[in-house]
Every structure is written in C-alpha cells, then in structure tokens.
Write a new protein. Structure first.
Length: 453
C-alpha cells in the first residue's frame, strides 16, 4: 500500500465484488489528493479526474506498525484505476484527518447502523484512541535512489508513536502549527520564505486570512512531484540556459543545478532541498531533465491551500505529524508538525554533479550561502550564473560557476584595462614633472630676490 498524508481512507484493490457490505462508495482524487464521495450504482464504472477506486465498505482486523484495530473500516475496491498500480501497490493507506475521510463521511450519513457512526474512522484515529497516554504522532523519512554518497544514504523509515533513533533530535525542533490551527482537514502549514539560488521569492496567497508574504502548502507523501505558482516555477527553471516550457512542465539540461531552500512559519530554520530531487531525468532523452516543480494553480482544494509539496521535497526532511497531545482531562490539543533537515546543501551539490555532470555551485549550506544566513530581509548573493535580465533568472543556476564567468569577463576587458592603467601612469608622470619644474622655478625666484635685498 502507498502511505499517503494527503488522504485519510484505507482502500485495497480486489478482483471480485464483495456482497453483504456496509455501504457502496467511490473514492476519486479528482486531481490528486482530494478524495470525493461518489455514490453510484454497482453497475456504473465511474471515472472522476485522475485515479479512482470503487467498491464496498467493509470491516476487518487491521495490523500495521505494531498497532491492531479489530474492526477497521476500509474500502474493498472491486474496480480501481490509479497510478500506484504501475509500481506494484494495490491500495492506499491514508494518514490524514477523519474530516477528510470519505469512508467516515459515508458511515456518518447512515442512520441504520446498529454500531453507531464512529466505526468509519481512519486507522490512525482508532489506533490512537486505544491508548490516550501514548504519543499520537507518525514519523517518516523517504529513501532516495541514486545518491552517490554511500555513507549518507537515507533509509526509508516509518514509525507510529516513536522517533527513528537516528533522527531523535527532531524532538528539539519547534512545533509548526497546521493551517488552520484548529480542526484542519489536511496537513497544511504556512511557508515563510522560499529561496532560489539564495534569492528570496515573493509569496502571494489566494487563501483567505493568510498573512501577507506567506503561502499555505500541503505536505503530501502520496504525490511524487510538487505544484507551485507559475512565477515561482519560472524563477526556479526559467533562467537556465537551454530550458524550455510546455504544458506546465519545464525541461532543462540534466547537469543544470537548481538551489532551493524553504523556511516554514514558526520553524526558525531553513530546509535545503536536494538538487537531485529538483530535476528528474527524462525517459526519452538522457541529456534532458524535467523540473519536478510543476506550474499549476490548485483550485480543487476549495481555496484551502496554495502549493502542494510532494516527495521531491519530503525526501530532504525527517517529518513528524502529530495529531495533538491529550491533556489530563482526555481532551486533545491542536495538531502540529516537526521537521528535521537531512540535506547538507554543499555536499548535495557535489553529489548532484557526480551523478549529472557539470560544475558544483560552491559553498551553499544549511546556514546560508558563503556563511550569510538566509532570512526574509536579506537577499543572499547567488552563486549561480544565470541571465541578468530579471530577478527570477538571477535566481536559477546553470552548470558553470560565477567565479569562472567573472574570470572570462576580466580577460575580455584586459586590453582596455591595461590601456587605462597606462594612461593613468602617463598622466601621473606628467604631473610629477610639472610639480618638480614648478618647485625649481620657485626656488630660483627666491634666490634672485635675496641678491637684490
């Protein structure tokens, strides 16, 4: 099954229809990952947007990551169409809130169930309810294929209620509240800053109530790529030599490195992204790569968030999703997220060019560029050599380094520089001779005046 923080339902594909089930429901992302309740007849083959699953809601014992729920509601899909099947997955395990669950909504709308309406809740909701004294969070880190740094390979890990031992430092990270803070539907947070090549980009949100200069991003482990506004994606890829844009996707040379760092509200720290994840090799042309940030407006979320952040970003983070802490009275608090940066940008740059070729960008690190901290009020000097025609093009990086570019320009202007230096030397020599003659003439005049006296 695919673990998906962008949805809340558990469904498993089946080759046969199931009778005597609780209800019949169609789950359809309609532009992933928004699950929509679709009530249809059993003779209908629905197609809603990209990916869907149709079947009956059942109950069964479900065990996962050391937790067991004896009567967990799930969808046994007699029919389904989803990209996950192409890599061997047979269903989706939703890790979101009950408020986003189509199964729970279908159960809650039923008044005939003798078991009441609570049985449709998600697996995590049921698992955490069995022991309110234990931490009710999940954590995970995603593995990256093709990383040449064998000592730094990140192994994919998922936990419930405990931190992975090698990333236990995340406990000291600040809690990042969801947006909204109370009763959220999705794992959405505020983005404070977004840097491309060290240059802070302008952030504009279409979500009502969001503070100026911030955007709402949805963290979704069920999506491979990320979706952002056109101007942001343009800033990332538009200044790269040889880049082209078509159908919402940028194509760039594979050795073109893009430096990207973000900073979330209340986190107080930057999170560099690994450049291997920012462009992905094309299947048809090994020299060309596609940008993994796609230019697209996300309107399906009902204006609840601006960007969708997928696995290409999450691979650079150890992520903790906390559903809220219980107090002594058994009341649960607001959910929040904690993050730990896993990417050292300087090392990642070297790894990128080991795999893709070209030249490393220099000394970008998690603390900034060349030791200059990343913050909202300081535009950090870019280490890239993109076109100077616009701020967005300055922010993108291509294969050659800025030091080499500066040297080339210096050599081009060397004859003129030497000529200017020669002229300055001649002028200085002339002024010196004039001053000497003037001094000699003054001394001669003074001598003549003394004889007359």
């Amino acid at each position: 099954l695919q673990l998906d923080t962008g949805s809340s339902d558990l469904w498993v594909a089946s080759g046969q229809s199931i009778s005597n089930s609780k209800a019949s429901v169609c789950l359809s992302p309609f532009q992933k990952p928004y699950l929509i309740l679709c009530r249809v007849s059993r003779t209908t083959s629905p197609y809603y947007g990209i990916g869907w699953a149709y079947g009956n809601i059942n109950q069964a014992p479900v065990s996962f990551a050391g937790f067991t729920v004896q009567s967990q509601a799930y969808l046994l899909a007699s029919q389904s169409q989803n990209p996950i099947s192409s890599y061997g997955a047979v269903g989706i395990f939703g890790l979101g809130f009950d408020s986003l669950s189509s199964i729970d909504a279908a159960v809650n709308s039923s008044t005939s169930s003798s078991q009441g309406n609570a049985w449709g809740r998600s697996f995590l909701s049921n698992a955490f309810a069995t022991d309110t004294s234990s931490p009710n969070f999940i954590s995970f880190v995603l593995e990256r294929d093709g990383d040449p740094d064998e000592n730094g390979d990140v192994q994919g890990t998922f936990t419930i209620g405990e931190y992975a031992s090698q990333y236990a430092a995340v406990a000291n990270s600040p809690a990042i509240p969801t947006w909204p803070e109370n009763s959220p539907k999705r794992w959405s947070v505020l983005l404070d800053n977004f840097y491309v090549g060290g240059v802070s980009q302008t952030l504009l949100s279409s979500v009502v109530g969001v503070p100026d200069g911030k955007v709402v991003i949805l963290l979704d482990s069920g999506t491979s790529y990320s979706y952002a506004s056109t101007d942001i994606v343009q800033a990332m890829y538009g200044g790269i030599k040889g880049a082209s844009f078509s159908g919402g996707t940028w194509s760039v040379p594979c050795d073109a490195e893009v430096d990207v760092t973000d900073s979330l509200a209340h986190s107080g720290q930057p999170f560099p992204m690994h450049p291997l994840d920012i462009v992905s090799p094309s299947v048809s042309d090994p020299t060309q790569c596609v940008g993994t940030f796609l230019a697209q407006s996300l309107s399906v979320g009902g204006g609840e968030f601006d960007w969708l952040i997928g696995d290409n970003v999450l691979r650079s983070l150890y992520s903790v999703y906390d559903f809220g802490d219980y107090d002594s009275s058994g009341n649960i608090g607001n959910p929040y997220i904690k993050l730990l940066a896993l990417t050292n940008a300087t090392e990642a740059s070297a790894d990128f060019h080991t795999v893709r070729g070209g030249n490393a960008n220099g000394t970008l690190s998690a603390s900034g560029v060349n030791g200059v901290a990343l913050n909202s009020s300081t535009a950090v000097p870019s280490t890239s050599t993109a076109s100077p025609s616009s701020a967005s093009s300055k922010a993108s990086s291509i294969g050659a380094t800025s030091d080499q570019s500066s040297l080339d320009k210096l050599l081009d202007y060397m004859p003129a520089i030497l000529g200017i230096l020669g002229l300055n030397s001649l002028l200085l020599l002339s002024l010196s001779i004039c001053a000497a003659l003037f001094f000699i003439r003054r001394r001669s005049n003074k001598s003549k005046k003394g004889v007359r006296g």
